[in-house]
Design a binder for this molecule. Structure first.
Ligand code: 1CP
Length: 349
């Protein structure tokens, strides 16, 4: 599918690495790079609830640009949240400060499923508007769109909020496999529609966050999750933008997450990248994987741990430097800027 593309964006180190082409330096971006670690973010967000801030295009544009300006990272990630498309189809949910997404009436029965209607571009017109504004401002820096994967979205909907053990989610998955499959299939359609809106508006890559799927064993992933995640990736395949897939604690699932249809597999800090590439197999780039907690240590320690990541990535065809999960809220932003510079300088070719 053709869309107007800025040639400087197509030639960026980030998109080259996604395509496993030679790069001028290893590209860097950080999951959750916008947000609570930045004082300029806290300032513009003051008094505006999280979900409301996601619906204001000027604010979204400013917040998305903040980490690009400050750290000189190689990609921007659209400022939003994984539950935004669910709010947009009318579910009664909120993002509670210090808690996360909370759903008033959890989805646990066949009747509850009826509340999940399809997402249309009109439901999220503020996303289209914000991405058009953003791509105009970003110049040669690519913009990553994102969505939550069906399993991780289902976990919030079924539990009613953040969960450590996902007990209601697993109870449904094992106890009523048909309802579970139908729920994930619906979420796959909503997610695919949401990613398409972002790509049509100008996102150059997309990341599907399956943050909590590491709670599953491989056989359960293959049976109960992979078909829905594959449906999402297949739906956006015709756009030919790189598709990144990431989850936490997914060392045992890396091969299957690649099989679901990703071009780039995100890896957390528990598996070194030279081992991750064996698990993922050929033909895919890797993204990761510095432990975000390392940033609380000394500069020497950060550089030595970053060096380990780069060494483990030295044999890869495509590597995008990132953390193994999101930036922790109390991270010193200066440590992120210094880390970006370090990776650029160490990998300059
Ligand atoms: O990098 C950026 O630009 C930040 C944008 C962003 C992203 C990529 C936000 C803003 N949320 C997300 C994705 C997201 N949201 C994920 C996937 C990434 C990950 O694993 O970290 C998940 C699981 C959520 C759900 C969520 N939303 C949580 C986690 C709750 C839990 O289960 O532990 C929380 C705390 C939120 C709220 C939220 N989303 C984003 C921000 C800045 C906040 C904090 C709330 C606020 O500032 O009021």
């Amino acid at each position: 599918m053709d869309k107007p593309e800025n040639p400087a964006v197509a030639d960026s180190a980030f998109l080259k690495a996604c395509r496993r082409e030679p790069v001028p330096h290893t590209p860097v971006w950080f999951m959750r790079q916008a947000g609570r670690s930045l004082p300029e973010y806290l300032k513009v967000r003051e008094g505006i609830p999280m979900l409301e801030s996601c619906m204001r295009p000027e604010l979204v544009t400013e917040i998305t640009l903040q980490p690009v300006r400050r750290h000189g990272v190689d990609a921007a990630i659209y400022f939003s949240d994984i539950v935004v498309p669910l709010k947009a189809i009318g579910l009664d949910l909120d993002i509670k400060p210090g808690v996360g997404p909370v759903v008033e009436q959890p989805i646990r029965s066949r009747a509850d499923l009826e509340r999940l209607r399809d997402l249309t571009p009109e439901d999220v017109s503020y996303v289209t508007e914000a991405i058009r504004m953003l791509t105009a401002e970003l110049g040669s820096t690519p913009l990553i769109g994102f969505a939550g994967a069906p399993f991780t979205l289902a976990s919030y909907l079924v539990e009613g909020g953040p969960s450590k053990n996902h007990e209601h989610t697993k109870a449904l998955m094992y106890g009523d496999p048909q309802l579970w499959a139908d729920l994930l299939d619906r979420l796959a359609d909503i997610t695919a529609a949401f990613l398409k809106v972002q790509i049509e508006a100008g996102a150059s890559a997309v990341q599907l966050f399956d943050s909590w799927v590491g709670a599953l064993a491989p056989a359960d992933y293959r049976r109960s999750v992979l078909p829905a995640s594959r449906k999402v990736f297949e739906a956006v395949a015709p756009y030919d933008v790189p598709r990144i897939h990431f989850g936490v604690g997914t060392g045992e699932l890396l091969g299957l997450m690649g099989e679901a249809g990703a071009d780039v597999v995100g890896v957390d800090w528990r598996v070194p990248l030279d081992e991750a590439v064996r698990r993922v197999g050929p033909g895919k780039a890797l993204q990761g994987n510095l432990d975000p907690a390392v940033l609380f240590s000394t500069r020497e320690a950060v550089e030595s741990k970053a060096r380990e990541v780069l060494d483990a990535a030295s044999g890869l065809e495509g590597h995008i430097f990132n953390l193994g999960h999101g930036v922790l809220p109390t991270t010193d932003p200066g440590a992120l800027t210094a880390l970006t510079e370090y990776v650029h300088e160490q990998t300059a070719r």
